[in-house]
Design a protein around this ligand. Sequence first.
Ligand SMILES: Cc1ncc(COP(=O)(O)O)c(C=O)c1O
Ligand SMILES: [Zn+2]
Length: 411
Amino acid sequence: MSALTGLQCHLCKATFPAEAIYVCDQCLGPLEPAYDYGAIHLTREEVERRPKNLWRYRELLPIVGRPLTGFNSGFTPLVRCDRLAARLGVSELYIKDDSVNHPTLSYKDRVVSVAATRAVELGFSVLACASTGNLANSVAAHAARLGIECCVFIPDNLEAGKLLGSAIFNPTILAIAGNYDDVNRLCTQVGDRYGWGFVNINLRSYYAEGAKTMGFEIVEQLGWRYPKHLVSPVAGGTLLPRLVRGLREMREIGLVDGDLPRVYAAQAAGCAPVVHALQAGLEHPEPVRPDTIAKSIAIGNPADGYQVIESVKATGGAGAAVTDAGIVDAIKLLAETEGIFTEPAGGTTLAATIDLIARGVIARDESIVVCVTGNGYKTAEVVADRLTTPVRLSRAFKEFEAWHASREVLA
Ligand SMILES: Cc1ncc(COP(=O)(O)O)c(C=O)c1O
Ligand SMILES: [Zn+2]
C-alpha cells in the first residue's frame, strides 16, 4: 500500500534502508522517508471515500503493512472563524483544531499513530519518548491500546493535567530534574544503549511524517486548495517543515495545484530560538534556556530547527515571538469568540497571527489557517486567574429574582 522506498538524507541525499536510524552516517543530516511518487495513484474521490482518520493518506506515510493504531486520530475540524476574523479585521480565517484530536487531544496523536505502527513493524517491544507533556500522553495511550510496554520521560515541572494525561494509561513515567533539552539528551543515550523505540528520537524519521497529515487535511477541507497563509507553532520543529513537505507532496501527486501558502513560525518570546534565527538571517538556531508558560513548546534546542528555517524561507513566510501575557489573551479571545479552548501552544500561534496581521506581514483579505495543536483542559493553571466566577445562589426562586433584578444585561 505504501510507496515507501527507504530513507534518504535531507542534506546529502544518501539513501538508507527503512530501519530505526535517523542520522546520516556520511554528513550527520536528518533522514527522511523516500517514496516512489510515480507509483501513487490517489484521487480526490478515493481519499474522500476512506474513513475520516489520518490513514486516508496512507500511501504517503512510512509504514509497509496495515495501520495498527490511530483509527480515530486525525481528520480534526477545520473551523471557519467569522467572529474571530471580524475581531482581527481579516476576511477569511480558519482554525485547524487538533485540540480535539483523538485520543489525547493534541496533534501528537498523528505522529504517534505512525511511529507506533512503525515501531511494531520494526520489532520494538518498548515504546518511549522524550516529551514536554502532550507527546507522553499520546505515546502512553497508543501503547496501552497496542498492549506494548511504555516508558515516557518528561521534565519534572509539568502541569498537573499533562501528568494526569499520561498517568491514567499507566506507563512508566520518569520525571527528570531538568528541562526538555536535558530530558532529550538523556533519552538519546538510553535509546542507543537499551534499544527502546523512542518515537521522537530513533523512530523520528517515521514519527515526523505523521505531521504531514495535518497539511493534507487542511487542503482537502478547504475544498482541495491551498490557503494563502498558514501559521504553525514551533518547538522541536517537527510540525512546520512537515506541513510544507505534505503540501508539496499533494501537488506532486496531483491532488492540488497552485502556490504553496506562506508558512509562519510561532514561538513564545521566552523560548524563540527559531524566530531569532529567522530575524538574524541565521541558518541554524542558537540554543536558548526556555522561560515561558507555554511549556509544551519550551524547547530551547530544536532537533529540526534547521528545517523549520529552511521551510519558512522557502515559502516566503516569517517568524513571530509573543509574550506570555499575549498568549493568555489569545487563549481567552479564541474561547470567547469561537468556543475553542486551547492550551498555550495554540495561544502562541493565535497571538503570533495577530502580530503578523498587525505588522502587515499577513494581508487582511487573504485566507489564513491557524494550527491549534493542543487542548486547554490540560493547562488550567494558565487561565485560572482570568476566569468568570460563578454567581452563588441558594435554591430559593426569590433569590434568583433578586439577582436578576440587579442585572440589566440578561433579558
Ligand atoms: C501542543 C503542542 N503544539 C506544538 C508542539 C510543537 O512541536 P514540534 O515543533 O516539535 O512539532 C508541541 C510539542 O512539542 C505541542 O505539545
Ligand atoms: Zn547526509
